[in-house]
Design a protein around this ligand. Structure first.
Ligand code: MTE
Ligand code: MO
Length: 546
């Protein structure tokens, strides 16, 4: 047998690469195991979701702003991918460490596993025992995979190798990658090959991806967006008249006055839609009240229900963005529940708490104003509230951004003072008060549209809940502000459609819009936000006419 040449710089880089790949693949095996367990066993958490939720909860002020503006409502996918990537980087390091010392590699895996366990167990909706079981099995899978791959690469003795019979194993690991001339003992050991390592790595990686994706598929199926099929909504005592043709403008493809449930924007901090069991769910009214109350779901549904169209908007929406929607909500009058509970004087803030730990806070005075009807919502477009929009119940306060009011998966309404508590987003850099900013949006034509000369429909929506919209004006280039036609407002808390016919002339044009609210205040022209109090500025669309 001839001695192998001393390793070149290239071959030591290859060893490093092999060790890194072994680590990353082993990490992938662990992640996939956790996803599969989470998918197969209801109640078992996904460690990726656990770490992701932890990061979401920890995020520094302004981070939501950045994430939402970069990725829109794909931010949940981005968080999942980021967690997996970071985990794979750590696992790569564990592989590289593991080549020198398997113990150190193992320890890095275990440390990361502990972090994942703590992050997961800290989530309000997770229970620590399944999280612990999941992390132990997943770490065992990772470490086992690392052991096998390091052996295939020749960094360690093959699994099951018995040094007492065959003599010391002469791998490449503890020698810093320098191959040791093969002696008689090592001839009994299968020759570690680049090819075998490659094949085994690919097997593990493909298996991890397949099982991981399958596990996540099953997990997502445990967290559907819709309400449980068994749920049904009693008829409301106070109903709104059905909308007719006169309530909408006739422009083609104009944004509908009422957004269907499955098209309504969704924003929340949850990576998986919380599934609340309405048969055990309770809503408590606590704090500075004379009579603390508890409602079960049937008790809530037995209260007089009313219907109301309200436009809800997200403070993170950018000018022209679609984190805003109008729908028909069915629910209980919050004022009635508060009257039953007996709000004590000095209770200046109403705090809404969710089963998931999310919180909001808004002034009691604002909610009790005779001009508005805040609601404990159980229905959306006459369907039970979809899970992703807060089943079994949520708050809706006309005129307020969702982050200070619209608690989904509501579990508690607490009366307290304004000073005593800040809702979830306030310490993260968002305003304590969150009135929805007057805004308009141009839906047609679209940005950069190539149009032909002649009649062009310019249309969109404008909202200022619950001040109402008085006027929408359109400006082409530096021309005069022209009043657009408005749809009949179905309530002061809803958006309106607006429309203007334009005789387009050849060239490049900029279309701008501004809305005036019911009190006569024109929307702010300066571009700003979204943090801390919502985006401002006139929406603009540039088009080319030929
Ligand atoms: N439990 C809970 N409720 C929540 C949130 C959340 O993260 N968790 N996000 C709020 C925010 S920021 C908005 S804009 C609205 C969005 O409601 P939607 O998803 O039904 O459109 O829900 C609010 N309610
Ligand atoms: Mo929001």
């Amino acid at each position: 047998m001839t001695e192998k040449p001393a390793p070149s710089r290239f071959s030591s880089a290859r060893l490093l690469l092999q060790a890194g790949v072994a680590g990353a693949v082993a990490g992938g095996v662990g992640i996939a195991t956790s996803e599969l367990l989470a998918g197969l066993i209801p109640g078992a958490p996904s460690l990726v979701v656990g770490v992701g939720s932890f990061i979401i909860a920890l995020q520094p002020p302004g981070a939501k702003d950045v994430v939402v503006s970069l990725f829109g409502t794909n931010d949940k996918l981005v968080v999942n991918i980021a967690v997996v990537l970071v985990a794979l980087i750590v696992a790569t390091a564990a592989g590289i460490l593991g080549r020198r010392s398997f113990d150190y590699g193992t320890r890095l895996f275990l440390t990361f596993g502990l972090v994942a366990f703590l992050a997961t167990a800290l989530q309000p909706l997770s229970s620590p025992v399944p999280a612990a079981v999941s992390v132990v099995i997943s770490m065992a899978a990772s470490i086992g995979a690392l052991r096998i791959l390091l052996a295939e690469a020749g960094f360690m003795a093959p699994v099951g190798f018995r040094p007492d019979i065959l003599g010391a194993y002469r791998g490449r690991g503890r020698t810093g990658g320098r191959p040791i001339p093969a002696g008689p003992a090592s001839s009994a050991v299968p020759e570690p090959g680049r090819r075998r390592f490659l094949i085994r790595s690919i097997e593990f990686a493909v298996g991890a991806i397949a099982f991981g994706v399958f596990g996540r598929f099953l997990l997502d199926r445990q967290h559907p967006n819709s309400a449980p099929v068994s749920a049904a909504l009693p008829a409301a005592a106070e109903t709104v008249a059905p909308l007719t043709a006169v309530d909408s403008l006739a422009a083609p493809d104009i944004t509908p006055i009422v957004i269907p449930n499955d098209a309504f924007y969704r924003i929340d901090t949850e990576l998986l839609v919380p599934q609340v069991d309405a048969s055990t769910w309770q809503l408590k009214v606590t704090g500075m009240v004379d009579h603390p109350l508890t409602f079960t779901y049937p008790q809530l549904l037995a209260m007089p229900l009313f219907e109301q169209y309200v436009t809800l908007a997200c403070v993170s929406n950018t000018v022209g963005g679609n984190l805003v929607g109008n729908t028909l909500w069915t629910g209980v009058h919050l004022k009635e529940v508060l009257a039953q509970a007996g709000v004590q004087s000095g209770a200046t803030q109403i705090v809404g708490r969710s089963v998931d730990g999310f919180t909001v806070g808004f002034p009691t005075d604002y909610a009790l104003d005779p001009a508005r009807e805040p609601m404990i919502v159980v229905g959306m477009n006459r369907q039970p509230l979809p899970a992703e929009h807060g089943y079994p119940a949520r708050l809706i306060v006309p005129g307020l951004f969702g982050y200070v009011s619209a608690t989904k998966w509501l579990s508690e309404i607490e009366l307290t003072t304004r000073e005593a508590f800040d809702g979830y987003w306030v310490p993260l850099g968002w305003a304590k008060d969150g009135p929805i900013v007057t805004e308009s949006r141009i839906d047609h034509p679209s940005v950069g549209a190539q149009l032909s000369t002649g009649n062009i429909d310019i249309d969109g929506v404008a909202w200022a809940p619950d001040r109402g919209i008085q006027r929408v004006e359109v400006q082409i280039d530096n021309g005069p502000w022209q009043a657009a036609l408005l749809s009949r407002a179905i309530s002061k808390a809803t958006w309106v459609q607006w429309w203007l016919r334009w005789q387009a002339t050849p060239g490049s044009h900029v279309i701008q819009v501004r809305a005036t609210d019911g009190a006569g205040a024109v929307q702010t022209s300066t571009f700003g936000g979204p943090a801390p109090a919502g985006s401002t500025g006139y929406p603009q669309v540039q088009v080319n006419v030929a």
